[in-house]
Design a protein around this ligand. Structure first.
Ligand code: AKB
Length: 325
């Protein structure tokens, strides 16, 4: 497999936290006109709108995907449109509809047209309270307690099924919490690890919705993008796994994150008022064994807690000074 196999790319969920940055990275790599960004209702940012094609798609309505795929002759889809864990617990029916029917529609459109490849991210939410929480193995118990997690496990199985049954090359990683400076995450359990930076810059204080000792696996956006592109460009003959790679970069407690921020902003204070998201966080791993990803496609993260924190504060600090946040 190589970069040139994928000539026309569609990104669903392109206005979301990952999509907004991944789309621009894909455009830099494959050419602006070769990457079609698709959102649902959110208006695209100026950068997204002005750098290449943008369309509206409702992934629960297959014909809206078909129209865009046929208009641009799409052969590769990065399917990021999804409802995350916290909103998924408030609206489980919506989460099932968007995450399952949306994925099914994308896979069917890709299968019918003989597409080259589909990227469909899973998440640490695929695990549950019975999963070993430290250094969680690649092959382990998948019994999530959230609707989001249920859809992620089913999505992995569906992706692997489409590969073995129809030969559709579906690939995916179990993303940890993603930390980013451009677009806020929308309705996940790990959102505190992004919000804390905005509040630290703007107000020098943050009230965190999980306990201070809550440890979760996290990843900085540049690594998140690198993982998606590297996996999609990996040689198929080397892959033993397909839609369900464990992936890791760093793990830290909410307290350790606050302490790291405090090194840069000494007056920063953090309080802890756990809400319903605590129970979700407690059902997820603390750290992940990603040796399969390392062996099969050379995965290696660049950012740890210190490097990510310094970069986040630098980027957000500059935006704040310019009145951008
Ligand atoms: C969430 O918190 O729901 C997501 C995830 C870990 O998949 N960030």
């Amino acid at each position: 497999m190589s970069k040139s196999d994928m000539t026309k790319i569609l990104v669903t969920g392109a206005c979301g936290q990952i999509g907004s940055e991944l789309t621009l990275a894909l455009r830099r790599r494959y050419g602006n006109d070769n990457v079609v960004a698709a959102g649902h209702k959110t208006q695209p940012s100026k950068a997204l709108r002005e750098s290449g094609p943008f369309e509206f798609i409702d992934v629960t309505r297959r014909e809206t995907i078909e129209e865009v795929v046929d208009k641009y002759d799409v052969d590769t889809i990065y399917h990021l449109a999804a409802i995350l864990s916290a909103i998924g617990e408030q609206k489980p029916q919506l989460a099932w509809n968007v995450n399952m029917n949306g994925l099914y529609n994308v896979l069917e459109v890709a299968r019918e047209r003989g597409m080259v490849r589909v990227f469909c991210p899973s998440s640490i939410a695929a695990f549950g309270p019975e999963t070993p929480r430290d250094n969680t193995p690649q092959e382990t118990v998948l019994r999530p307690r959230t609707m989001y997690g249920v859809t992620k496990v089913a999505g992995e199985l569906l992706g692997n099924y489409y590969f073995s049954r129809f030969g559709l090359d579906v690939r995916g990683v179990r993303y940890p919490g993603i930390i980013s400076s451009e677009t806020l995450p929308g309705g996940g359990t790990t959102d505190y690890a992004v919000e804390i930076f905005y509040e630290a810059i703007k107000h020098k204080r943050y009230t965190c919705f999980v306990r201070e000792d809550t440890v979760l696996p996290m990843m900085y956006m540049p690594d998140c993008i690198k993982a998606a592109i590297d996996l999609m460009e990996a040689d198929l003959s080397r892959l033993k796994h397909h839609a369900d790679f464990n992936l890791a970069a760093m793990s830290f407690s909410a307290g350790e994150l606050a302490a790291e921020i405090k090194k840069h902003i000494p007056e920063f204070t953090c309080e802890y008022e756990p809400d319903f998201r605590q129970e979700i966080a407690d059902s997820w791993p603390r750290s992940i064994d990603d040796s399969a990803a390392r062996e099969e496609w050379g995965w290696e993260p660049d950012y740890d807690l210190a490097a990510m924190t310094a970069d986040m504060l630098d980027k957000l600090g500059k935006r704040y000074a310019e009145g951008g946040i």
